[in-house]
Design a protein around this ligand. Structure first.
Ligand code: ADP
Ligand code: MG
Length: 348
């Protein structure tokens, strides 16, 4: 969105009142939401609270010259929903803090909240408060999401064991392909003119409008057989590393099994890229990566297909001493490179 000079500076309290009017919804679980010194919520007796927070910075996480405030809000909320999904919990309450530069207007902030609450709507997540500040250095957005889960029922990164099967939901690489399409950064290849409009739309939508696997996460938690889980937010190769580090194990990925959408495959062909590289490196797919002991494999797969959840077995867990590697078509193995995104990493 092009920056316009604000005709009138944003006023803190009128803005908060507007946010409250538009986005606060009555709920029996919210004792006090926006308007008091702190929010008060009720959570089912004995449940555990699951908390996650994210800080998004203009120029680092998003660019308001190319992304609309609504899509910034939507994607910020979805990233948090995905974290709660990866814990197998039910997302419930949202706090949003925002530092606003003088270049933005009230309508931009309302659009950003529109995006945030659109992402939350399907899950009945309630906005219960936040904080508002001026900013001298671009827009800052911090989101905190509170979820709940039954006591001791939670999916962690640690817990994967040697021999466990490694699964992923949905398809990988779509969001990165969508991002490349938006930013026109597919330098190699013949370009994307032959890509079907429907495929292009699908990929861009997967980037701008991702869906966190909230229901899948809760279901996986309920099965009681998942030994570890994480959401694919930074890229499979990096997120798998987190599971392996936390669980003190290694892993083997069979790259021929990585689930690719037809759209992503067409895109890779038309840009002369390896779709496997897209699937390994692509962040923000918000699929779930998880492990299940061999003995529960068949039952899990049957139960998933009854629910229309797409799960793909992409490899297995092995000893830490074997590291993280991928199985190539010719039966050979090679170490899996860390391709995913990391802050503060110096480019080489
Ligand atoms: P305090 O001075 O105690 O920080 P504020 O005046 O900042 O209180 O906030 C008043 C109420 O408005 C609180 O309930 C707070 O949670 C809510 N609030 C403030 N900013 C936001 C925001 N950006 N989004 C949602 N709620 C907000
Ligand atoms: Mg405040």
């Amino acid at each position: 969105m092009a920056r316009r000079k604000a005709t009138q500076p944003i006023q803190e309290f009128p803005l908060i009142r507007q946010l409250q009017r538009r986005f606060e919804r009555k709920s029996s679980s919210v004792v006090t939401g926006i308007g008091d010194d702190a929010a008060v919520v009720s959570i089912p007796a004995g449940d555990w609270a699951v908390l996650t927070t994210d800080l998004l910075t203009e120029g680092v996480h998003f660019d308001l010259r190319t992304a609309s405030p609504a899509s910034v809000g939507y994607r910020a909320a979805m990233a948090n929903l995905s974290d709660v999904a990866a814990m197998g919990a039910v997302p419930r309450f949202l706090l949003v803090s925002i530092a606003i530069p003088s270049s933005l207007r009230t309508t931009d902030i309302l659009a950003l909240y529109d995006g945030l609450m659109t992402a939350c709507r399907a899950y009945k997540v309630r906005l219960i408060g936040g904080d508002t500040s001026a900013s001298q250095h671009g827009l800052f957005l911090s989101i905190t999401l509170l979820g709940t889960t039954k006591r001791r029922k939670v999916l962690l990164r640690k817990g994967a064991r040697i021999g466990d099967s490694l699964y992923v939901t949905g398809t990988l690489g779509d969001s990165l392909a969508g991002l490349q399409l938006l930013s026109n950064s597919h330098a190699q290849g013949t370009g994307t003119s032959r890509l079907r409009p429907a495929d292009r739309k699908f990929l861009i939508n997967r980037h701008l409008r991702p869906t966190a696997r909230v229901r899948e996460g809760q279901w996986l938690n309920q099965t009681g057989v998942v030994t570890s889980a994480i959401d694919v937010s930074d890229g499979l190769s990096g997120d798998l590393r987190h599971i392996c580090n936390a669980s003190h194990v290694g892993a083997e990925i069979d790259v021929s099994r990585l689930p690719l959408s037809p759209a992503c495959q067409s895109y890779a062909t038309s840009t002369k890229q390896d779709p496997v590289a897209l699937a390994l490196a692509g962040g923000e797919d918000y699929e779930l990566l998880f492990t299940v002991p061999e003995t529960h494999r068949a039952r899990l797969e049957r139960a998933a297909s009854r629910r229309n959840f797409t799960l793909t077995r992409i490899g297995h867990i092995c000893a830490a001493s074997l590291g993280i590697h991928r199985l190539l078509g010719n039966g050979r193995r090679e170490p899996l490179p860390a391709l995913s995104y990391e802050h503060f990493r110096t480019p080489n």
